[in-house]
Design a binder for this molecule. Structure first.
Ligand SMILES: C[S@@+](CC[C@H](N)C(=O)[O-])C[C@H]1O[C@@H](n2cnc3c(N)ncnc32)[C@H](O)[C@@H]1O
Length: 256
């Protein structure tokens, strides 16, 4: 059963902002895409969630078309509502796809494959990166943010946090991600560690939850979800401060 219910999405959007299930908003998206020209390009957004970042790819970065892919029907439903509300249905399509890491798109069909904090959930990342390579056009760019972990064995705290947040498998390390990309055929890969940024940003997530708990009317069920989020976010904060949780920007170009 998916954790993404309407109540869960209320909590997520309180923490991350309207239309988002991951941190940083437009500012972080600008960091992920810095130096990447989306103007006039076709983009696939893997794990588009509620579509908040998906529509920004067109509205803020000038992509010609975006296909948002996700595995949760409620999220696709909400993303479609957002696309329609912004009058973007002519160039943004959000659709439900299989959860196996395959990409529902023809060979060499996308200029850019983008993903924000979703690859962490894909079960076989080695196969996923082969799919990214297959679907990108020559010279096409893979540009993403992913939640990686420090090299070595997971701590008990990390295991607790990720199991409680519904991730069955450990996050990938940077060296594993590099190996997957190289095995898929990418020659040049770039990584940018975002651990320091996230350590400075998490207090805003905690403050948003505390503010909601103090000021917003809510049912007992929703209050429980906010309280659980507070515990989970504090645990995540410890993992980020200790350096084990390493959000990372990843970029790779398909050879010509
Ligand atoms: C942390 S959310 C990020 C959503 C969106 N990118 C954002 O930043 O708001 C992770 C997303 O990955 C999606 N997801 C989970 N498993 C997936 C899979 N196997 N393939 C594609 N997306 C997946 C989830 O449904 C969810 O929307």
């Amino acid at each position: 059963m998916t954790k993404y219910t309407k109540d869960y999405l209320r909590v997520s959007q309180t923490v991350f902002g309207q239309g988002a299930i991951s941190p940083g908003g437009l500012q972080e998206l600008q960091e992920i895409l810095s130096g990447v020209d989306l103007a006039g390009k076709s983009v696939i957004d893997i794990g588009c969630g509620l579509g908040g970042f998906t529509v920004m790819l067109v509205e803020e970065f000038g992509a010609a078309s975006v296909e948002g892919h996700d595995v949760v029907p409620l999220l696709i439903e909400e993303a479609k509502k957002l696309v329609n509300a912004r009058d973007l249905a002519h160039c943004v399509v959000c659709r439900l796809v299989p959860a196996d890491g395959s990409i529902a798109a023809p060979d060499q069909s996308a200029d850019i494959i983008f993903s924000k904090d979703s690859i962490i959930h894909i079960p076989n990342r080695g196969d996923f990166y082969k799919e990214v390579f297959r679907v990108l056009k020559p010279d096409g760019t893979f540009v993403a943010s992913d939640w990686l972990r420090a090299e070595g064995i997971e701590s008990e705290k990390m295991q607790t946090w990720r199991k409680e947040s519904g991730q069955p498998a450990p996050m990938a390390t940077l060296s594993e991600t590099q190996e997957f990309l190289t095995a898929a055929g990418f020659e040049r890969c770039e990584f940018r560690d975002r651990n320091d940024w996230y350590a400075s940003h998490i207090p805003t997530e905690l403050a948003a939850v505390e503010k909601a708990l103090t000021e917003e009317p809510m049912t007992d069920d929703v209050r429980n979800l906010f309280e659980e989020r507070l515990v989970a976010s504090n645990l995540k904060f410890d993992l980020v401060k200790s350096g084990e949780h390493r959000p990372t920007h990843v970029r790779a170009t398909k050879p010509h």
